[in-house]
Design a protein around this ligand. Structure first.
Ligand SMILES: [Zn+2]
Ligand SMILES: [Zn+2]
Length: 168
């Protein structure tokens, strides 16, 4: 995972510091280190990824501290929590994200590809209007087999019930 600093990583860090102060929480060096590491690179970070990246920077932080800081980052809405069905959460900052950012998750190799649905905001607005619903969060995820796995001939086991007509 690359750690090239994004130009606005600093501004995100300042926003997080402001959030912490508003919550009456101190901006500790540890909290800042977790946030800075996450904001400094695009990607879908697991707690383990973060722990390793922090260690490379010479910061030795326990998982509990990282988890607690991530909870605060999610609460601040600067970071989004993701679940790709791996049994643990991943985290992604919302720095350069446009609306309609979605994920293709390969169930065989675990690769996550991103794609953009430019029509998504319009679709969302229409659905909200028709249902009288005020959306706060939309996350589209498509699970299946990536092109590399498909080329290799990987198949996924059948899950769930078969249609009775198919069984007959
Ligand atoms: Zn794959
Ligand atoms: Zn993503």
């Amino acid at each position: 995972m690359s750690t090239t600093a994004t130009p606005s990583a600093d501004s995100q860090l300042r926003l997080f510091a402001r959030f912490l102060r508003e919550e009456g929480l101190p901006v500790t060096a540890q909290r800042a280190a977790v946030a800075e590491t996450l904001f400094s690179s695009e990607g879908h970070w697991s707690v383990e990824d973060l722990e390793n990246a922090l260690r490379e920077r010479g910061e030795k932080l326990g998982k509990a501290t990282i988890y607690r800081t991530l909870d605060l980052l999610v609460k601040s809405r600067l970071v989004e929590e993701l679940d790709f069905g791996e049994g643990f959460k991943r985290y992604e900052h919302r720095l350069t994200r446009r609306m309609g950012h979605a994920h293709l998750v390969c169930q065989a190799c675990g690769k996550v590809e991103e794609f953009q649905i430019d029509e998504m905001p319009a679709i969302e607005a229409r659905i909200a209007r028709e249902a009288g619903f005020r959306p706060t969060r939309t996350r589209l995820q498509i699970r299946g087999l990536c092109s590399t796995c498909r080329e290799k001939g990987v198949t996924l086991p059948q899950q769930g019930l078969l249609c009775p007509i198919e069984v007959a």
